[in-house]
Design a binder for this molecule. Structure first.
Ligand code: SAH
Length: 257
């Protein structure tokens, strides 16, 4: 046990890099130019140093740098440090908000364990074009920092109506509704444990009456209240995901599992 703990502590300080390349003991893989720049110029790593590489399919591996420059880095894959694991199937559906607040929203949603990030086009949402490349990079960084083994998937932005029309009815959609008297968050999550869920948070302007009516008309939608105060969208994301993880997700201690 002590040995494991020691390895865990040592690995805690190691840089973590996500790569979609197959991670197999003994193989040599080449990281991207951006990753090489980060490791070589920013983190000033040298040949022989160790980093952790991970992805959802293979888990996490200790690797050693065998060649490094700002353009190219080659690493040799050593032993596996963490096996791939299943994570809760929780999606965050959000209506885009102003850039700096959205950066915060995305980073927190990744730390709070979402599996998919679903941008929803709503009547009062920001209509600026979503910069998917940038969002994916933000999610990779937050996954590396939060020691996740996977990076959430970013869905293509769609209108709320279209998403609801094609909805997989076996997935509960928790509608964060600031205007009506939905049941409290903890109560709803406690009463509706499910393998597949989604949380929907509206934009600064909230949902239109029409959108609220449409949502209430769907059997898979459960309205939820986050209390008497109006939270900013990014606050509602953090609050609802935190409560869900605590009540129904993977925020359980080893004893509770
Ligand atoms: N300006 C809007 C509020 C939007 S808040 C208005 O006054 O109507 C942004 C989003 O956060 C909301 O659409 C909702 O999804 C969520 N939210 C904020 N406060 C909430 C609360 N008390 N209960 C449930 N959801 C809330």
């Amino acid at each position: 046990m002590k040995e494991d703990k020691e390895i865990k502590t040592q690995n805690k300080t190691k840089i973590r890099i996500w790569t979609s390349t197959l991670l197999q003991k003994g193989s040599v893989i080449t990281l991207s130019e951006d990753q090489s720049h980060y490791l070589c110029n920013v983190m000033r790593l040298k040949n022989g140093m160790e980093i952790l590489c991970f992805n959802a399919r293979d888990g996490e591996y200790l690797t050693q740098i065998i060649k490094i420059s700002k353009k190219e880095t080659q690493i040799r894959v050593l032993e596996q440090t963490r096996a791939a694991t299943q994570t809760p199937d929780i999606w965050l559906m959000f209506s885009p908000i102003k850039k700096d607040r959205m950066d915060f929203l995305i980073e927190k949603a990744v730390e709070l364990g979402i599996k998919k990030l679903v941008p929803v086009i709503t009547q009062y949402g920001i209509t600026d074009k979503l910069r998917s490349e940038r969002i994916i990079l933000q999610m990779v960084e937050a996954s590396q920092q939060s020691e996740r083994l996977d990076v959430p998937e970013l869905k293509i932005p769609q209108k709320l109506e279209a998403i609801l029309d094609n909805w997989d009815q076996s997935r509960i959609l928790f509608f964060m509704d600031e205007r009506r008297d939905g049941k409290s968050c903890a109560q709803v999550f406690n009463e509706n444990h499910s393998e597949k869920v989604a949380i929907l948070v509206g934009p600064e302007g909230g949902f239109s009456e029409q959108e609220a009516k449409l949502l209430y008309s769907k059997p898979f939608v459960i309205p939820v209240s986050l209390g008497p105060r109006i939270l900013r969208a990014e606050t509602a994301v953090v609050a609802s995901l935190s409560i869900w993880q605590a009540v129904s997700g993977d925020w359980k201690s080893k004893e509770e599992l």
